[in-house]
Design a protein around this ligand. Sequence first.
Ligand SMILES: Nc1ncnc2c1ncn2[C@@H]1O[C@H](COP(=O)(O)O)[C@@H](O)[C@H]1O
Ligand SMILES: Nc1nc2c(c(=O)[nH]1)N=C(COP(=O)(O)OP(=O)(O)O)CN2
Length: 177
Amino acid sequence: MSTKLWRLHSVSKRSAIALGSNMGDTQEILEASLETLAQTPGIILEAKSSWYTTKAIGPPQPDYLNGCAILKVQLFPQALLETLLTIEQKFGRVRQERWGPRTLDLDLLLYDDIIVDQPNLQIPHPRMSERAFVLVPLAEIAPDWIEPVSQRVIQDLLQDVDTCDVHLVKSNKNYHP
Ligand SMILES: Nc1ncnc2c1ncn2[C@@H]1O[C@H](COP(=O)(O)O)[C@@H](O)[C@H]1O
Ligand SMILES: Nc1nc2c(c(=O)[nH]1)N=C(COP(=O)(O)OP(=O)(O)O)CN2
């Protein structure tokens, strides 16, 4: 995947992303999408969480496999979003109904401590603080990251959500890229 120079910071920023899949070989898709991200110019994979099965929120559909990753990025937020959407398509993502099933969903959760409110991009992700399927894996790899709107750390936000539908499938504890 090529990256134009104007999309590169000279210094690295830290970003958190969420990964989800409930169609196809979900674990294979999530692992391969991280590999693709790690091979993208301007992106270094810093940490990945364990994988969790989670009950789908939205219309009736299969359970999801969810996880999170921390990236060191030289891409500006819009370029990072564009990269995520391109990788979703590469893995066969088709947009149909809202919150419908998908081979791959990559959401940009956090980017350093900045707040972005643009028509096509909101950071922090506007629904991350209410989603156990995001907070459980994110708390594993970034418990002390401050969510800049609420000014609360991730492990604190996790205390306010019901985690009973989030189950550990594959531990990536002690994973070092
Ligand atoms: N923080 C965000 N991460 C990913 N996508 C975002 C974000 N903020 C706005 N968007 C827009 O949402 C759709 C992608 O929807 P999904 O169903 O989550 O794939 C895309 O058009 C982004 O521009
Ligand atoms: N358990 C679980 N449920 C879900 C999941 C998911 O990953 N895990 N993703 C969804 C899709 O959210 P989408 O990215 O389409 O919309 P958003 O803009 O609200 O994140 C909807 N429901």
